[in-house]
Design a protein around this ligand. Sequence first.
Ligand code: TYD
Length: 227
Amino acid sequence: MSAAPGLFVTFEGGEGAGKSTQIRLLAAALRERGLTVLMTREPGGSKGAEAVRHVLLSGAAEAYGIRMEAILFAAARSDHVEQVIRPALSKGTVVLCDRFMDSSRVYQGITGNLEQSFIEALERVAVNGVVPDCTIIFDLPAAVGLERARKRSAGPDEQPDRFEKEELQTHEKRREAFLDIAEREPLRCRVVDATKAQEAIAAEVLAIIEPLLPIKAHGRSDAEHIS
Ligand code: TYD
């Protein structure tokens, strides 16, 4: 756990797991309790990181190789941590972040086949001590998640992003990799069944976070929002 007075919660999982809806529901529930909540996401969440986001998700960096992509994700994370997350935590804010370091471990490390020492080194410099107090992993079969993500990007201007386009097998491998992380770090990680009804998931997520609040968060009711 970080020494800062805020609470840092990250949300991880494959495509179409419903993370962003659940983050919004949790933020609303916590604000109702008078806490200051910041919703943010990766890649992005700060000015510098949002600039890098487009380069990564458009696939513009893909041609330069997986190391280049991994370093760009880490560069974006470093900016996000130093400009947004660390200052918010030091003020007692509850920070809810859609994806963080575990996405790099899984997408670049496991399915990108980057060696672990490389990913670990990037993670160390990018997070620079700001490790999540709690990580909620939304678990569901890759086929279900991909179908949901496809529906979401069915609009006239929406295209599947660089990572959504990959094979079902790759997405299944990611699911396993997230579950492996949860198994290896049971104190930090909690797995939630993302095939359940939205309200049931929201109640489960709140039940996970609630016991952490009195110890860590001393926010006020003025809400901040980035997304
Ligand atoms: P986005 O549309 O923001 O997300 P989501 O799938 O969470 O709705 O896309 C982010 C994509 O970037 C997603 O496919 C996962 C990928 N990604 C990585 O490969 N490595 C990382 O470190 C992060 C943060 C994301």
